[in-house]
Design a protein around this ligand. Sequence first.
Ligand SMILES: [Zn+2]
Ligand SMILES: [Zn+2]
Length: 117
Amino acid sequence: MTRAQLARLRALIDAGQEERFYSWREWKRLSLHVRLRLDNNECQKCKERGKYAPAEIVHHIKHLRDRPDLALSIWDPDTKERQLVSLCRSCHELEHPERLRPACAATAEPLTEERWD
Ligand SMILES: [Zn+2]
Ligand SMILES: [Zn+2]
């Protein structure tokens, strides 16, 4: 993410308006790519347990408020593991005990194939 994007995101977090991040074009594009291309539109936690559930949300493993610099990173540069992962709604709720806040927004629905270069 660029320095300008990070500055914009930090300002949203400071203002308590980080949910506006989920309407950014960059996020919509990236989260769609993660969900459809990388994760085959499938919940990755359910998949680990040998179950199938459709993905509904792309979750930030290191939460947006804690690591805004990783908001648009598919991979975590520290652990070399995934930073963005597709989950179903019930798995996602387990990731956020503080569930009064909409910590991750559902990804936008258009299933049109967007080019990702
Ligand atoms: Zn699941
Ligand atoms: Zn989440």
